[in-house]
Design a protein around this ligand. Structure first.
Ligand code: SF4
Length: 374
């Protein structure tokens, strides 16, 4: 179990690893990039390599029991729960653990949406297979206890099922999601690669997350060697309008950029910036982004280290490079502040930080600062 920097979740649980690409949204798969870099898998995540790349990780099955507080858990961020090489009996074991730990909220995202309508029946059958029964004798006690219960349904309030919809071509995934029995259904439109169109029926959908593509391949806007796929704000606005008119929660995650969570605001046609962070059954109104008095700072003064300050400085440099002046200044100020506190000299970031800005620091109360999730 790992803490996640994704804003809409808190931890990731990967009892399956590896996948194969199915649609354009997979082209720059973050999980594959990370996996190949760390040599967790050795081959490109193509269909022909899937038997080498997709693997189960039974030693991770017990991890939800280790979380001390109720958490949002993104399930299989390094794979796809419904990958065809994963047997139903193993999927059912993961499901039994989720059903046995209702204190957590599980967020499952798939591009194999066709499996969803039939999953409940398959789950019931899978619990009765010899493989499932045999495996129950091999797992740690907590998992064994979860598997000793027979579950008549896969779907519960704390298990959120989602599908990825990166453009209009894969809209049929929504229909599959709508016809499964999940109690909470959501859509991830990240990376959003094209408009959905103006007639999308979100009946039975509780939440839509929107975000542009991120990663080193995005490069600079003027980089001729790269082939970035920039999201248009009008696509994100159109989806927001669908959500608002159909009473569906909307979460705007990020713009397209070479790092994740860049420009976490929706740009309206009039140039105003809005933070949309709604969740299922929580339609908290959006708030204006970038108030004059706001400064980006660490969430807890006592926990900020020189390393974190260095990260802020790096972020300031990235933002300056992306010409996001307002945020770059905020990060630079925060960085300068924490460098000063840790008596570490500001080196090559110093030119980013103007003297008048630094002089404002002592009078800015922490309560007015935007919290930056490290
Ligand atoms: S389905 Fe998800 S994990 Fe699998 S290749 Fe595509 S983006 Fe990566």
């Amino acid at each position: 179990m790992q803490k996640s920097s994704i804003r809409w979740t808190s931890s990731t649980w990967n009892a399956i690893h590896g996948c194969s690409k199915v649609s354009d949204g997979c082209k720059h798969c973050y999980a594959m990039t990370l996996s190949l870099k760390n040599e967790w898998t050795k081959k490109d995540w193509t269909v022909s390599n899937e038997s080498d790349n997709v693997m189960i990780k039974p030693h991770k099955l017990h991890e939800p029991y280790l979380l001390k507080t109720p958490s949002r858990v993104f399930v299989n961020s390094m794979s796809d729960m419904f990958h065809r090489t994963i047997p139903d009996w193993y999927r059912a074991v993961m499901w039994a653990v989720m059903l046995d730990t209702p204190q957590h909220t599980y967020q499952i995202l798939t591009k194999r949406a066709k499996d969803l309508p039939e999953w409940n029946d398959r789950f019931i059958q899978a619990q009765q297979t010899d493989e499932y029964q045999y495996f129950a004798t091999k797992v740690p006690n907590k998992v064994k206890k979860a598997m000793s219960t027979f579950y008549p349904t896969a779907w519960a309030d704390h298990i959120w099922q989602g599908v990825s919809v990166e453009d209009e071509r894969v809209l049929p995934r929504i229909k599959h999601l709508q016809s499964c029995g999940a109690k909470v259904r959501f859509i991830s439109a990240e990376p959003l690669l094209g408009a959905w169109g103006d007639a999308v029926d979100l009946t039975g959908i509780h939440w839509v997350i929107v975000g542009g593509e991120s990663g080193n391949h995005m490069g600079r806007q003027d980089d001729k060697d790269k082939n970035p796929r920039w999201m248009k704000q009008e696509w994100a606005r159109e989806i927001k309008n669908h959500c608002v008119s159909q009473q569906v929660a909307y979460f705007y995650k990020q713009d397209s950029a070479h790092v994740t969570e860049m420009r976490p605001y929706l740009l309206e046609e009039d140039g105003t910036k809005w933070v949309w962070e709604q969740y299922p059954n929580d339609l908290t109104p959006p708030r204006r982004y970038g108030h004059d008095s706001e400064v980006v700072f660490g969430a807890d003064e006592t926990q900020v280290t020189a390393e974190m300050a260095r990260k802020l400085a790096n972020r300031a440099e990235h933002l300056a490079y992306k010409a996001d002046g307002y945020l770059a200044e905020n990060y630079a100020v925060a960085s300068a502040y924490w460098y000063a506190k840790s008596f570490t000299p500001i080196k090559h970031y110093a030119p980013l930080i103007s003297k008048p800005v630094v002089s404002q620091l002592p009078v800015t109360p922490l309560s007015q600062m935007v919290m930056f999730p490290f």
